[in-house]
Design a protein around this ligand. Structure first.
Ligand SMILES: Cc1cc2nc3c(=O)[nH]c(=O)nc-3n(C[C@H](O)[C@H](O)[C@H](O)COP(=O)(O)OP(=O)(O)OC[C@H]3O[C@@H](n4cnc5c(N)ncnc54)[C@H](O)[C@@H]3O)c2cc1C
Ligand code: SF4
Ligand code: SF4
Length: 519
């Protein structure tokens, strides 16, 4: 395994550990062939030129090589194979093979950006970077509570934003946009980096919003690869105080960068975390288009969770807006890959993640996936508050009726994410015993091969296999222009997964009988 002074983004990427946060992007980010954000070839070359050590000369990045060849080979990593890169335009993601997205060079605030030492201290999946416990302890030393699942905290709540139009516009109870808008209105920040719909080579991207209206334009969850490279660059070059909204690994990346970079330390004053199940690739949108029978190039916009107050909140509806202004939609549970737990299109780094609730964030938000809240289509948040300043603002807004929140304990919050914690704690312990990577991740969960019932082990293995193969099958379906190749495979995989996970179907009943006999 490379040492901290030789670790490069190529090592992390080749090990299937790159979530695509963009923290290392000295020369931009790019799409890989499976529709995931990765450091661009120019960024990889930038690091390798300074530290040619870990990448053998025969695999050193070449401008005309496919990206996977530049990274070396790791068969665990969906984006990285030893097969040739696609040549057909139909298989390319926008920007893939056309060089980096032009995010420009990073200014030089740390003194040694782009070096292995800085990278090893700031990549969220670097084995030598500080972990979530250490980062949260440094940021919230006086937090009165600690829970092994939620981290350090001041208070926990369930509820929603009462002040219009946050709940109506949000995916859940509208609390993320409400807190962001409240920070802006109270003058504590000048802008919020969050994810909004985009045009061009991406359906969504990070932007810094500076007005309440702009914040609301970004409301809703986007299960789509995005990266921080451009907004970090903007924050470095534009004085001000900023909040960043992000999934846990992005919040960790920013926390690590903030420790190394005095400019980011001073300017990024607030971190708003989203709970996270896993990240999907952009190929998920291809799959929506195939299953809704529309050409992918006709899709102008995507909504992953169309809100309907008259239906349960957990009945997700995928909604596509087409270039001609018409729309198509379908409930996730009718889709071949619409079972979130099955892991279709999951980034391989998520298999090595142990933070469900963004433990380094000042405040974290999720969905209240327990009854009666999950049946309430208007959407309900769970909220973990870690910063005393935000705790005070939330308490004041509860008192004056702008928020409708009820205090709950740590068990309540953890129960809303029961499946996420199983996958990221028990499942992670098991995966760490059999998923071999060039860079071995260092987690807060110890590897453990024993103590997992056979059915659980089978579920973890099936989920990992579905994640791995979904990238490849969709890629092949794209390349061959044969969507049924993917959708038939996906339906068969879903059948097996649901038989194992929910004892559904003939196979499920048979497996249940077998387990009964064994038991
Ligand atoms: C990939 C992903 C996985 C998630 N997994 C879970 C889960 O397992 N369990 C759970 O309870 N909740 C999960 N969430 C969070 C959940 O979907 C809601 O975002 C959260 O409950 C906040 O809802 P809200 O109504 O308060 O937010 P809103 O008011 O709708 O605001 C959402 C904010 O998040 C920003 N945003 C949207 N997508 C992203 C993104 N990809 N990266 C960074 N910022 C983004 C938006 O720009 C907006 O500012 C996930 C979110 C994402 C993006
Ligand atoms: S810093 Fe982010 S983009 Fe760079 S290698 Fe690590 S996870 Fe990937
Ligand atoms: S599961 Fe973990 S690694 Fe994957 S996107 Fe979510 S926070 Fe990041």
């Amino acid at each position: 395994m490379p040492s901290p002074d030789t670790l490069t983004p190529a090592d992390i990427t080749a090990s299937g550990l790159c979530i695509g946060c963009g923290g290392c992007a000295t020369k931009g980010m790019a799409w890989d062939k499976y529709g995931q954000r990765k450091p661009s070839p120019a960024t990889l070359a930038d690091y390798n030129n300074r530290h040619p050590g870990p990448v053998p000369a025969s695999t050193a990045p070449q401008p005309d090589q496919p990206i996977e060849a530049r990274h070396g080979v790791c068969r665990d990593e969906p984006g990285m194979t030893d097969r040739p890169a696609p040549t057909s335009a139909t298989t390319q993601f926008p920007g893939e093979g056309r060089g980096p997205v032009p995010t420009g060079p990073m200014p030089d605030p740390v003194g040694r950006p782009g070096t292995s030492e800085t990278f090893a201290a700031t990549c969220p999946f670097s084995p030598t970077a500080r972990n979530e416990d250490q980062l949260a302890l440094a940021r919230f030393p006086a937090a009165p509570h600690h829970d092994a699942r939620l981290g350090r905290y001041e208070a926990n709540y369930v509820g929603h934003a009462e002040q219009a139009p946050f709940r109506e516009r949000g995916s859940s109870g509208g609390m993320v946009s409400w807190v962001a808008a409240d920070l802006l209105a109270s003058g504590k920040i000048d802008g919020v980096a969050h994810v909004i719909p985009a045009t061009g080579d991406r359906l969504f991207h990070y932007r810094i919003s500076r007005t309440p209206e702009q914040i609301l334009e970004g409301a809703r969850s986007r299960y789509y690869p995005v990266d921080l490279a451009e907004v970090l660059q903007e924050i470095r070059s534009t004085p001000g105080r900023y909040a960043i909204v992000g999934i846990p690994c992005f919040i960790k990346a920013v926390s690590l960068l903030r420790e190394q970079d005095p400019i980011l330390h001073d300017r990024i004053t607030h971190l708003l975390g989203l709970f996270c199940g896993h990240m999907k690739s952009a190929q998920f949108v291809d799959s929506f288009a195939w299953q809704l029978d529309v050409p992918r190039q006709d899709v102008r916009a995507v909504e992953y969770r169309r809100k309907d107050p008259d239906r349960p909140a957990n009945w997700y509806t995928a909604h596509l807006t087409l270039n001609d202004g018409t729309a198509r939609w379908q409930d996730w549970f009718h889709l071949a890959d619409g079972d979130w737990g099955a892991g279709f299109f999951q980034n391989s780094a998520c298999d090595a993640c142990d933070d469900v609730v963004a433990e380094c964030a000042d405040v974290s938000f999720g969905d209240a996936w327990v009854e009666p809240y999950s049946s309430d289509g208007r959407g309900t948040n769970v909220v973990i508050v870690r910063s005393p300043e935000i705790a005070a603002s939330i308490a004041a807004a509860i008192n004056n009726g702008r928020l409708d929140l009820k205090a709950v304990d740590a068990d309540f919050i953890a129960n809303t994410q029961a499946a996420g914690f199983r996958q990221r704690r028990d499942g992670l312990a098991y995966r760490l015993t059999w998923q071999k990577r060039r860079v071995t991740p260092v987690k807060r969960v110890a590897p453990r091969a024993t103590g997992h019932p056979p059915r659980r082990r089978a579920i973890y293995r099936t989920r990992a296999a579905i994640a791995y193969w979904s990238h490849r099958m969709a890629w092949a379906a794209n390349r061959l222009r044969w969507p049924a190749l993917y959708t038939r495979w996906a339906r068969a995989s879903l059948y097996i997964y649901q038989a194992l996970a929910y004892k559904r179907g003939r196979l499920g009943r048979w497996l249940a009988r077998l387990a009964g006999v064994e038991g």
